[in-house]
Design a binder for this molecule. Structure first.
Ligand code: HEM
Length: 500
C-alpha cells in the first residue's frame, strides 16, 4: 500500500516537473510578486488606489507583470507594443478575446456585450448596438439637437445659481443622466421624483462590484453575493436598482411601443427584435434587449461623468486653459451659436485639452479584463490558460518617456509648433488608448468623444468657472482619486460667472 502511494507521488511530482520543463521550453514565466506579497499589497491598496500599486509593480518588474492568488493568475501589460501584440496583431488576439467569468455574466447582466464570451452573438450584439445608436448618429444633427437641448437646461441651471457655490459634479451627472434618458426614451426624468439619480446609483454599485479585488473575491466565493455582508448587500441593491431601470426603460416603453415609431433607442431595439422574429431569427431575446439597454446606460455614464468632472475641476485650477479654449470657441463659433461636431476640427487646442484629460485621468486604468482562453506565449512569456489579462492603460498613459512630466496637465503636448493637433502617427497620439484597442475596443467611443466636445465647448463659451467661496477645492490629481473599476474624482463645489 505504502509503495503504491510512493509510486503515485513520484508520478505526480514527475508530471509536475515535466509540465514545468515543457513550459521552460516554450517560454519564460512572467515576473511578479509572490502570493504572500500579493495578498499583503491587495489588503493595503484596497482603498488607497489599486492602479498605483500596479504602477509600482511595473516599475519593479517591467513591461509584463503577473501575480497569482490561489489558482487565478493576473497578467498586466504595461506598454503599447505588448498591448497591441496581445490584442491587435494576428497570433494571440483570438485567444485573448473573451472576458473572465463574473457574477455579471453569470447572473446580473447575462447575454450582454461587455461580459459576453459567445463570439458570434457578441459581434451581432455590437452591430445592433451601433445600429441603435445610429438613430442619432447617422444624421449627426439629430444627436446634436438632443444634446443642445440638454445643455440649455444645464446652462440655465448654472445661471440660476447667480454666482453662488454649486456642486459641478452633481450638475454634470444629472445632465448626463437626463441626456441618456432622452436618447433612450425620448423623455427626460420626471422632475418630481428622484429617478434622475437612478443611473448614477446603478453605476456606483456596478463600479464597486467590479473593483478588481471584489471581482477576485467573488470569483473564489461567488456565494458571498447571496449572503448578508457588504458584497451581498451591494449585489442585492444593484439588482433592485437595475430592475427599476428595466421597468422605466423597457417594460413601460414596450407597453406603449408602436412599431416603426421611434421615440428613442429602446424603440429601435424593439423594432430590430420584431424584424428578426419575422425572419425566423430567435436568438435575440428579451434578455438581450435588456442587456443592451443596461450596457448603453451603464458603460457610458460613469466613464463620461468622471471624465467631465475631472475636466472642470482642472479648469477651475487653470484659468489660462479656460481662456485658451474660450479664445478658440469665440473665433470659430462666436459667443452664442451652439457648437457642432463639425467645429471640432477647427478647435485644435480644445481637442488637445480633451485628449490630455483622457490621458491624465485614464478613467478605466486597467481597461476591462480579457481572458486567455488557452495557454499562450507573448514576447517569450507564458500566459497560463484562464489568466485575467489586463492592459495597463494607467501606466501606458503616464510613461515619462512618451509624456514628459506625466502628472502635469499640459494640452500643448498634443500640438505642433503651428498649434495644430499632432498627427495620429505621433507617438503621443498612438500611445493614447483610453477606449482600449482591438476587438473589444469601446463601441461608444465616437459617441463619448462627441459628447465631451459639445459639453466642454458650450459650457466654456457660456461661463467662467471659478473656485468656491465657502469650501476647499479638492486636489486635481487623479493619482489620489478613488479607484474601483473606474477612477472617480471627489465631489467639489465651484462658482460660475456668466460671460457677456
Ligand atoms: C470617456 C468615455 C469612455 C471611455 C474612456 C470608455 C472606455 C472603454 C474601455 C477602455 C473599454 C474596454 C475595452 C477592452 O476591453 O479592451 C470599453 C468597453 C465598452 N464601452 Fe466604453 N468608454 C467610454 C464611453 C462609453 C460609452 C458612451 C458607451 C455607450 C454608449 C460605452 C460602451 C462600452 C461597451 C458596451 C463596452 C464593451 C465592449 C466589448 O466588450 O466588446 N463606452 N470602454
Amino acid at each position: 500500500m505504502i509503495s503504491a502511494i510512493l509510486v503515485l507521488c513520484c508520478l505526480f511530482v514527475g508530471a509536475v516537473l515535466y509540465q514545468r520543463s515543457k513550459k521552460r521550453e516554450n517560454g519564460r514565466s512572467i515576473p511578479g510578486p509572490n502570493q504572500f506579497m500579493t495578498l499583503q499589497n491587495l489588503a493595503t491598496h484596497r482603498f488607497k488606489g489599486f492602479h498605483k500599486w500596479v504602477e509600482q509593480l511595473g516599475q519593479t518588474y517591467g513591461d509584463i507583470v503577473s501575480f497569482s492568488i490561489l489558482d487565478k493568475t493576473f497578467v498586466f501589460l504595461n506598454n503599447e507594443r505588448l498591448i497591441k501584440k496581445a490584442l491587435v496583431d494576428d497570433g494571440v488576439k483570438d485567444f485573448l478575446w473573451e472576458r473572465p467569468p463574473s457574477i455579471f455574466r453569470d447572473r446580473l447582466i447575462p447575454n450582454d456585450i461587455l461580459f459576453s464570451c459567445n463570439k458570434d452573438e457578441q459581434q451581432a450584439m455590437r452591430k445592433i448596438f451601433h445600429k441603435s445608436l445610429s438613430v442619432y448618429g447617422d444624421g449627426v444633427s439629430k444627436f446634436e439637437s438632443v444634446v443642445c437641448k440638454e445643455l440649455e437646461v444645464l446652462c440655465q441651471r448654472i445661471e440660476n445659481q447667480k454666482g453662488a457655490d454649486f456642486c459641478m459634479f452633481d450638475f454634470i451627472k444629472d445632465s448626463l443622466s437626463n441626456l441618456i434618458s432622452v436618447l433612450m426614451s425620448g423623455e427626460r426624468f420626471d422632475d418630481d421624483t428622484d429617478d434622475v439619480k437612478l443611473f448614477w446609483h446603478w453605476d456606483v454599485l456596478a463600479d464597486k462590484l467590479l473593483h478588481p479585488i471584489n471581482v477576485t473575491i467573488l470569483a473564489f466565493m461567488p456565494f458571498l453575493q447571496h449572503m448578508p455582508g457588504p458584497l451581498g448587500n451591494t449585489s442585492r441593491e444593484f439588482e433592485k436598482t437595475q430592475n427599476k431601470i428595466y421597468d422605466i426603460f423597457y417594460y413601460k416603453m414596450k407597453r406603449t411601443h408602436v412599431p416603426g415609431h421611434t421615440r428613442g433607442i429602446v424603440d429601435v431595439l424593439l423594432d430590430i427584435q420584431e424584424e428578426q422574429r419575422a425572419q425566423g431569427i430567435t436568438w435575440f431575446t428579451e434578455q438581450h434587449v435588456l442587456s443592451i439597454i443596461i450596457n448603453i446606460i451603464g458603460a457610458g455614464l460613469i466613464t463620461s461623468s468622471d471624465t467631465l468632472g475631472t475636466f472642470f475641476l482642472n479648469l477651475v485650477y487653470q484659468p489660462e486653459v479656460q481662456q485658451k479654449i474660450l479664445k478658440e470657441v469665440i473665433r470659430e463659433i462666436g459667443p452664442r451659436r451652439h457648437p457642432e461636431v463639425k467645429d471640432r476640427k477647427n478647435l485644435p487646442y480644445t481637442h488637445a485639452t480633451i485628449l490630455e484629460n483622457l490621458r491624465c485621468l485614464s478613467v478605466l486604468p486597467l481597461s476591462l479584463p480579457h481572458k486567455a482562453s488557452q495557454e499562450i506565449v507573448l514576447d517569450g512569456f507564458i500566459i497560463p490558460k484562464d489568466s485575467f489579462v489586463l492592459p495597463n492603460l494607467w501606466v501606458l498613459h503616464h510613461n515619462a518617456d512618451v509624456y514628459e512630466d506625466p502628472y502635469t496637465f499640459n494640452a500643448e503636448r498634443f500640438l505642433d509648433d503651428e498649434g495644430n493637433l499632432v498627427p495620429p502617427e505621433d507617438i503621443k497620439r498612438h500611445t493614447l488608448m483610453p477606449f482600449g484597442i482591438g476587438r473589444r475596443q469601446c463601441p461608444g467611443e465616437s459617441f463619448a468623444r462627441t459628447r465631451l466636445f459639445l459639453y466642454i465647448s458650450k459650457l466654456v463659451q457660456q461661463f467662467e468657472f471659478l473656485p468656491p467661496n465657502d469650501s476647499i477645492l479638492p486636489k486635481w490629481d487623479p493619482r489620489f482619486y478613488q479607484h474601483n473599476l473606474s477612477i472617480t474624482p471627489p465631489s467639489y463645489m465651484c462658482r460660475a460667472k456668466q460671460r457677456n
